[in-house]
Every structure is written in C-alpha cells, then in structure tokens.
Design a protein around this ligand. Structure first.
Ligand code: GLN
Length: 277
C-alpha cells in the first residue's frame, strides 16, 4: 500500500470528524517518521507493521482520544512539546497570551517570569525560548505536569533558564517579586464541564479545567496573592465570557492599564495589566 492510499483510508475511518484529514496526517507522519512533503508526495510504500500500528492509533482517535495524546506530542509557538494524559494539550488560542507577553516584555532586561498552573510548560518555555535573557519558573500542583514540563524545557533547549517548582496556587505564594506572572489557569465553570466535547471531557485532566462554580476561583486567588514588582505585568488566558469579570478583579486588585485581547474569532481570550505603584 502507498502512503496516499493509507491516508485516504485513515481519513475515511476518522470521518466525519472535522479533524479527520489532519489527524490522519499526524498519525502517518509520526509512525513513518516522514515530513509533510513526503506525505503529500505519497508514493512510498508502507510496510505491514507500520500499517497495523497506524490502524491501532487511528482506532484510538476514532474513540475520541485526542491525537496529541496518541502520538505524545504537539506543536505550539513553532516548538515541539511532549504531552500525555494528565496535562492539558496546548491550544492555538494560548499563543495569543504568549505573543502578548513577549511584545510587552521586549524592553525589559533579564525578566523574571512565573508561569502558574504551567501544565505541559508550553507558555513559560516558549517565553524562555523567545526572550533570550528571561529566567522562568514553571509552577504546578500536578506531579505529571512537573515531570512533563521538565522534559519539555530540556527538549526545547532552555533548561538552563527554566526551573520547575511544585506549587499549589490555592495555598502557596511565590517567594520573590516577579517582573511578570502569566497563567492559563483552570477557568471552566464546574457546571459546564459535563457539556464539553468528549475529547476534552473524557481525556483531559479535570484539574486543569475546573475553575470552580463561576470559573473565576484561580483568577481571584492569583490576583490576591501574586507578588509582582511595581510596574510588572500580570497576564491571563481567560474564557470567552470572562473578560469583564477578570478585568474588574484585576483593577480592584491594584492593576492598571488593564487590557482585553481577543482571539481570531473576536472572542475575549487574554486579560493583562500592570501592578500600580
Ligand atoms: N481552553 C481550554 C478548553 O477549551 C480550557 C483551558 C483552561 O481551563 N485553562 O477546554
């Protein structure tokens, strides 16, 4: 069987999912160790063992398991991150938060950054990668997240400037004032969790999603306890309907120039502000 036939077969197996074709491509490229060009050319032969392996993976994706968990990795900010059950899969929307922080820290020398509720570490590690002189702490309560983010810091070549720390943000506070605290905390309302897509609900960690009754528990706590230097930056990813509430919490918590940034679908996605003197 040729790659192009295999691609058609796996795509039809994963249909009618909107991601059928991309998921099929991801599985085939991973197992065969080929790039996009080789995939598109599609005329190389696929061995029986590779075919069986890909079919097995495709069956898991057909059962709603996210393809990123099946292949154990995903792309974020043009970097490769390891992911596995127990850490949230990095979302394209979260790149908006990373880009906003990079542009706002660009004149700051040696910024000290904390990424709270770091999960895979994708936010803090991308910041370390794209801000040459940044020192970054990645904090999470989950041992799996700490293990995965440590590996990701090494894979991305920034482990010399990235430190992983175990921290329960509902109880602990950071030990020194940061130039920037960034966080994509759990923000889904507890009552909404059961309505999420099966891919998310069935496979991704509830710990990374559940933001309490009104979804705002972690914002309240972090705004109250974050130690940010005067003039320093606090930046959050938020749910599409939380812009007004999180902005108000930040203003009441002593932050100024509070700004909401939208995603490409024009939904509120990021709130940031500066600690007032
Ligand atoms: N954006 C995630 C989702 O769509 C939620 C992430 C979070 O709670 N921080 O499921």
């Amino acid at each position: 069987m040729k790659i192009r036939e295999l691609r058609a077969e796996i795509t039809s197996m994963l249909s009618p999912s909107a991601e059928a074709s991309t998921d099929a491509s991801v599985l085939i490229m991973k197992v065969l160790g080929i790039n996009k060009t080789q995939l598109i050319l599609g005329d190389a032969e696929v061995s029986d063992s590779a075919y069986r392996e890909i079919l097995g993976y495709a069956a898991r994706v057909a059962g709603s398991e996210p393809v990123q968990y099946v292949v154990g990795e995903c792309e974020f900010m043009s970097l490769r991150f390891k992911v596995k059950n127990g850490v949230l899969i990095p979302r394209a929307d979260t790149e908006i938060l990373v880009e906003a922080v990079i542009s706002r820290l660009n004149s700051q020398k040696n910024p000290l950054i904390y990424d709270l509720c770091c999960g895979s570490g994708c936010i803090g590690i991308s910041l370390a990668k794209y801000i040459d002189d940044a020192s970054v702490f990645l904090a999470d309560i989950s041992p799996v997240a700490l293990e995965v983010s440590k590996q990701n810091a090494e894979l991305c070549g920034v482990s010399d400037r990235v430190t992983v720390i175990s921290m329960d943000v509902t109880k602990d506070v950071i030990s020194e004032a940061a130039d920037c605290i960034v966080s994509n905390p759990p923000y889904i309302k507890t009552g909404v969790l059961a309505t999420l897509d099966k891919k998310v609900r069935g496979f991704e960690p509830r710990l990374a999603l559940d933001g309490g009754g009104d979804g705002l528990d972690f914002y309240r706590r972090i705004i109250k306890t974050a130690i940010v230097k005067d003039g320093g930056l606090l930046a959050f990813e938020i749910g599409y309907d939380q812009g007004a509430e999180v902005s108000a919490l930040m203003k009441n918590g002593g932050y100024g120039n509070v700004e909401i940034i939208s995603d490409i679908e024009k939904r509120d996605r990021v709130v940031l502000g500066y600690k007032m003197l």
